[in-house]
Design a protein around this ligand. Structure first.
Ligand SMILES: C[S@@+](CC[C@H](N)C(=O)[O-])C[C@H]1O[C@@H](n2cnc3c(N)ncnc32)[C@H](O)[C@@H]1O
Length: 497
């Protein structure tokens, strides 16, 4: 971080009004609740921010923050100063033991039996990456044939600094206080007065910016969908009940039917929700998605008798008004992650309107969110047969192939998408991630830059086509963070933490 601004010798006094303004702002923008004992930390952060960025009055600092996005330097500094990124490998031995001795063996055996060698795990609020690399180590220990598996490890956070550290994978000894020497020696090499995770494990996860207080997940675009396991440990300390409830609700839509959510031992929420049950196993607690049939399933179906008696309503008789209402309903269900209800509505719409490429694409998205990637792929094929020049079908096929681990097929479909529409922002973004993953960081950065430039020109409040709930303003923030992370993402940091 830059040195203090030369013109600012003394920062403004943090008044009661200033404190309230910043507390409200952090809550509205990030869902962060600043508790009484954290006020001193907030005061220091405001004081530091004013000095660093040359604001004589706190009001000017606040105005700058208010008009910037979460990727601005001012905002990043404030986030880094008011959040605690404390983490270490193998944190909470009880939880780790349960994952290693129960959850992993069970799901691995189940997947082998189903001939589906795939796993999807998300560390939400991943800090410097210790939690996700712990999982990577457990997987390496449990899977002698790990190369045969399609493993999606996702780490997200709002602090861009910690995401950069996570990508570099270099840690001081303090991060190993609960790690055995043998594990450290097996998966890390000692260098630059610290330890760096080996290349194989370092390349497994994808780290990206995601604000849990936003409603931009689950989404196939950020690959926050169809999770087997979500770890969100020691993050709820920042949130109040309203934000926690919202986040829990969203997590339940991100999980596969039997998926598991694990919170930190001190983050427990007493009550189970309808779609997610609190389960106790010895000393530990976790939540399991009940995968229960959504209550509205029946309402989306016409009653059996009427189905038999009435013929399907042909397209021309189905009023435009009714259709646009259905589209709005569908959008809402997709946005809220109500997959079963969305699926029923799509089926109804197909009966009424016939199969169209957009409806098949929606159905493919729902199937992907419910974890049935083969069905999603078949639906993309069907949609392409209906309209071989539909860029959205190629794009969805790309996303499904990425999830199936077919990166070559994904890249080929992505190139077709961009060929059909050179301005397709989401396609440039995915191409960037594919190129970076496949060891072409320079080309990846170029594609990221293309995506960013296009996204900056898009109307900020408009939603992305493939991510219900995410508008271009937020997407620009994500892209700016990605640019920053990959600017030096291949280097190894020398400063330990
Ligand atoms: C104490 S660390 C926990 C790290 C790790 N999960 C663990 O248990 O070791 C909390 C992390 O949550 C992140 N965080 C706080 N608010 C967040 C939000 N609204 N969205 C995403 N991450 C957030 C912080 O930046 C920080 O890195």
């Amino acid at each position: 971080m830059s040195a203090e601004h030369p013109d600012i010798k003394t920062a403004p006094i943090v008044t009661a009004e200033c404190e309230k303004t910043f507390v409200d702002f952090l809550y509205a923008k990030l869902g962060l609740v600043i508790k009484k004992h954290q006020l001193k930390v907030l005061h220091d952060a405001i004081d530091k921010g004013c000095r660093l960025f040359g604001h004589i009055r706190w009001q000017d600092y606040y105005e700058a923050l208010k008009h910037d996005d979460a990727a601005s330097t001012e905002m990043e500094q404030l986030i880094a100063d008011v959040t605690i990124d404390e983490s270490y490998f193998f944190r909470d031995q009880n939880q780790i033991s349960w994952l290693r001795d129960h959850w992993l063996p069970e799901i691995i055996a189940q997947r082998r039996q189903q001939d589906d060698l795939s796993l999807r795990i998300w560390s939400a609020g991943c800090s410097n990456g210790q939690e996700l690399y712990t999982i990577a180590m457990l997987l390496a220990e449990a899977l002698p044939d790990m190369d045969e598996w399609n493993i999606h490890l996702l780490g997200t956070d709002i602090n861009a600094d910690v995401l950069g550290n996570a990508m570099r994978g270099h840690y001081s000894s303090w991060s190993f206080r609960a790690t055995s020497d043998s594990m450290r020696e097996r998966y890390f090499c000692s260098q630059n007065s610290g330890h760096t995770i080996n290349d194989k494990l370092r390349h497994m996860p994808h780290f990206t910016f995601l604000n849990l207080a936003d409603d931009a997940y689950p989404s196939i675009l950020t690959q926050t969908n169809a999770m087997d396991l979500i770890l969100c440990r020691n993050v709820f300390i920042y949130f109040d009940k309203a934000v926690v409830d919202r986040v829990m609700q969203r997590f339940s839509h991100c999980l596969l039917p039997a998926g598991v959510l694990m919170l930190g031992a001190s983050d427990l929420i007493a009550s189970s929700m309808e779609s997610i049950r609190l389960v106790q196993h010895g000393d530990i607690f976790y939540y399991r998605n009940s995968g229960s049939v959504q209550p509205c399933e029946q309402t989306a179906h016409p009653p059996a008798s009427s189905m038999q008696e009435k013929p399907e309503i042909p397209l021309k008789r189905h009023s435009i008004k009714a259709e646009s209402k259905q589209r709005a309903d569908l959008h809402e269900k997709l946005h809220d992650g109500h997959w079963h209800e969305a699926l029923n509505l799509i089926k109804t719409m197909i009966k009424q309107q016939g199969k169209t490429a957009p409806l098949l694409q929606h159905q493919a998205k729902v199937m992907a969110n419910m974890g049935d990637l083969k069905a999603a792929k078949t639906l993309c094929d069907e949609s392409l047969q209906l309209d071989p020049l539909d860029k959205h079908s190629y794009f969805l096929m790309t996303m499904v192939l990425i999830e199936l681990g077919d990166e070559e097929g994904a890249e080929s479909n992505l190139r077709k998408t961009i060929y059909l529409d050179a301005q397709f922002i989401e396609a440039h973004f995915q191409l960037a991630l594919l190129l970076i993953r496949s060891g072409q960081p320079e080309n990846g950065r170029k594609s990221l830059n293309n995506a960013l430039e296009l996204a900056r020109k898009a109307p900020p409040e408009d939603e992305l086509h493939h991510a219900a709930g995410m508008n271009f303003k937020r997407f620009v923030e994500i892209l700016e963070h990605e640019m920053e992370m990959y600017a030096d993402g291949t280097q190894v940091s020398t400063d330990g933490y």
